[in-house]
Structures are given as C-alpha cells and as structure tokens.
Design a protein around this ligand. Sequence first.
Ligand SMILES: O=C(O)CCC(=O)C(=O)O
Length: 249
Amino acid sequence: MWRQDDLDSFASQLYPDDEVAQARAREELLSAAASLRDAQDELRRSIAETSIACLRGFLGDQVCEDLDRHLREQTPIVIEKVHAEQGRWQIDLIDNEYIPIAETKAGDPFSVLCLSPGFIAAIAEMSGFGETVVTTRRWVNRYGAGDSITPHDDTTGDFQVMICTTAPPGEYGGALVFENGTEATLQRGDLLVMRHADLVHWTTPLRDDVPSPRATATCRYYVEGGRLPRSRVYDHSLVGPKTGNRKDA
Ligand SMILES: O=C(O)CCC(=O)C(=O)O
C-alpha cells in the first residue's frame, strides 16, 4: 500500500534527527498497512451498511502522540475557531487550496500517508469509488473541555479518512454520532473511513473535567465528477452581478 519512499518520508519528517525512531515508525506503518489489508472486507461491508467503518489501533500510541505534536508545532497551519450555537471547536487547516492532487506536496507526515496513491486506492475501493481522486483537503479538528462539532452534513467531497491522534476515555464524551443511529467513539490511533452519504452528524461535548483533548486529523477526497467545491459565478453588469444570471461554475 505505502511505498518505501512514503515510509521514509513519513519517518524522516516525524523524527528528523532520530534514526532509531525512524526505523520504529517504518515498522509501525508496515503493520498498519497489513491491518488495513486484513480488515478491508469487513470495512467495506460496514461502509456499505452505515457509511462509516472504524479500524481500531491503526497507528500506535507513540507515533500518534508524536504526530499530534508535529501537526500542532511544525506544520504551517491556519487556525479557525468555530463558535456556533450548537457546538464549538478548532479547525487547524493543513491544506485548503484544492490544488490538483498531482501537484499537491505532502508537507507533513499525515499528508504523506493520505496522499500516497496506494493508500488512496485502498480507501476509495472500500468506500465504493472507482473514479480518479482529483483533489483533497486536509485539516485537524481539535476539541477541548465543552467542545463539540455542531450537527452538519458534508456537502462537498466524496469520502474521507480521520485518524484520531488523541482522545480522552469515552466516558468523557467526544462520540461521533450520525442521524442513522451509527456511532463511533474514537480512541488514539483509530482510523475512521467515511463515505459521504448526506447524513447529518455531530460529536458529543467533552466533559468539563476531561483529562485530555480530542483531535482528529482528516483528509477529504474529491473524485472526478463527484461533489467538488464549486463557487457560484454571475454575469457582470454595470450595476453589479445579477442573481437572475446565476450559473454554476
Ligand atoms: O472530529 C470528528 O469526529 C468529526 C469530524 C467531522 O464530522 C467532520 O470533519 O466533518
């Protein structure tokens, strides 16, 4: 699934000065790839039935802790704090530019994993997509005490992965809940694969006494002919755009 240069790039970006840790990270990725291969039939079935599938313990604790720190401290990120009526959380935008996938550079270890063609092919296949992936968007959702993501529907993008890089025990909240009754309480290292299926979903608020934050690193994939982000464009006139002349771009 991941090629040798993906393993090398992940390991050297995460542990630039530590060859022992690099070797350990490469080994961990090989075993993560094997666990994804072993579980693929079950994951495909779960996505077809519920729109999501969860692979527990996909990445190990140490790699996740280090990845979380790397994404916070060393990735050039734009931070958005969202305060909505029914939720508040932080979005750390890794890449929000929708550039063609062939031109997208993996500037952090999470992006190295998600942009690898072998990984994309495996996730697309289990999510039921044969079309070419044309672009991605990557970010980390971060939640502290009292935070939750507001009920929403993903109206762009076709499928996505999330790796939980840190989470409190489930009794402190942070469950991901879908209107079809499906739920996932992610723990550090879990991989969630999600086919966008017009389902409203949200997370439950973290309790005030939560012992650690929750974070999910996300890569959303857009396929050719799929639900690409499109802006509305208008014909110009001397007095400005006219809504009657609306076209879809
Ligand atoms: O952090 C989560 O578990 C949910 C994130 C989510 O719903 C989204 O990014 O659309």
